[in-house]
Design a protein around this ligand. Structure first.
Ligand code: PHB
Length: 390
């Protein structure tokens, strides 16, 4: 008996229509990658992609029994180009599942289209609140974080350190703005005062004038959002301006993720909050970090972990529906019931489809990201305005 005939007969016993399973077993599954492969976030896009391909390779390059076909588009972290790029993947390339992006502004443009087209979408980085808040949708899941999750807990950390007067500094687009709002919510609740907010246009990295201003304002601490190449430069400029030992830096963990090597001694002592740390002492983390290093020659980071988890999430759910992406209702239910033993720790989706996950307090010591505690256990984004949350 041929393999396909055996599959066909076996499937009739299952709850799915046999013809559908038969067809699904033959067609490749097309996975869209809408990610930055150029510009300040290029390293982030590459780490997500490489981790996804690495995990897929270990699963025989198949999801739900269907061979994977990747379709990648460089989104350049440019929201203005996002509608065309999303349409290219959905209408042009006819992807079965869309993944990405890194930049929250790109994610906001993407949301409008995928809500309309009902494309099954997994957001692999962008933290924009609306993705799993006001614009939440049954067909949209996020495997990374919301910016609230990564920024709110840092306020309490700073206050506990006795730092009650802060300057905020950030790239002035949705992620930076929302990250600062989440931080301020916790900081003012706990009695902290914001001395000044310094908004820098994305992706500008000229910080000198701002650093002089911070020196003259003399706050107790600075809370920051920069990421990728911009974060590497900011932390070095901060130390070069003589501020490192005078006014401590805090931030969401993106400030040091993937750029610790480039920052060197300038990053020493920085405390951040994030849902991952290199040094997390669990089996999946050790195994994944070793495999990623072997495959790419680079260290894994929070972006690579998002790629890793995205493919595992898809594998679990697609196995349940035997690769049948047209059975969207069943596939969504399967995604909702996913449980992962992730390198970041336990992972499950909230009702709004955002991860419920631990937020760790990390500090750079001896050039390494050490975990000094859990800032918020099983943190769940408040999902403001999400109609799926009752
Ligand atoms: C975002 O735009 O949502 C974003 C970008 C880079 C990060 C984190 C969040 O490292």
């Amino acid at each position: 008996m041929s393999l396909s005939r055996r599959t066909f007969l076996g499937a009739t016993a299952a709850s799915f229509a046999a013809g559908r399973v038969f067809a699904a077993s033959k067609a490749k599954i097309r996975i869209g990658l809408l990610l930055p492969y150029s510009g300040t976030y290029a390293a982030l896009g590459n780490n997500i992609t490489d981790a996804m391909k690495l995990v897929a390779g270990k699963l025989g390059n198949k999801l739900g029994g269907r061979e994977i076909e990747w379709v990648a588009v460089d989104d350049e972290s440019d929201p203005a180009k996002a509608p065309a790029n999303v349409n290219k993947l959905i209408s042009g390339e006819k992807v079965d599942i869309l993944t990405g992006p890194v930049h929250s502004g790109v994610a906001m443009a993407m949301m409008q289209i995928v809500r309309q087209e009902k494309t099954l979408t997994i957001v692999t980085n962008a933290g924009a609140q609306a993705v799993t808040g006001q614009l939440c949708a049954p067909n949209v899941f996020r495997t990374s974080f919301s910016n609230w999750q990564t920024s709110y807990p840092c306020a309490e950390v700073m206050l506990k350190d006795g730092r009650k007067k802060a300057v905020l500094m950030f790239w002035n687009y949705s992620f930076g703005q929302e990250s600062m709002a989440a931080f301020k919510e916790g900081y003012s609740k706990g009695g902290g005062t914001i001395v000044k907010e310094i908004a820098v246009p994305f992706p500008q990295t000229e910080f000198q004038a701002n650093l002089s201003e911070i020196a003259s304002l003399k706050p107790d601490a600075v809370f920051v959002f920069f990421a990728g190449a911009g974060a590497a430069k900011f932390v070095k400029d901060y130390a070069d301006a003589g501020l490192r030992d005078k006014i401590p830096l805090y931030g969401s963990g993106f400030l040091t993720e993937g750029v610790l090597g480039a920052q060197g001694a300038a990053a020493e002592g920085i405390k951040t909050t994030l849902h991952y740390a290199d040094s997390l002492d669990n089996g999946p983390n050790k195994k994944f970090r070793a495999a990623f290093k072997e495959a790419t020659g680079r260290e894994a980071d929070v972006y690579a972990v998002a790629g890793h988890d995205t493919v595992h999430v898809l594998a679990q759910a697609l196995d349940k529906v035997q690769g049948d992406t047209s059975a969207q209702k069943e596939l969504i239910a399967a995604l909702e019931s996913v449980r992962l033993d992730s390198p970041r720790g336990p992972f499950r989706f909230s009702k709004a489809h955002n991860p419920i996950q631990n937020i760790y307090l990390r500090q750079v010591k001896g050039g390494k990201e050490t975990v000094i505690g859990i800032a918020q256990k099983e943190a769940e984004d408040p999902a403001f305005g999400c109609a799926m949350v009752k």
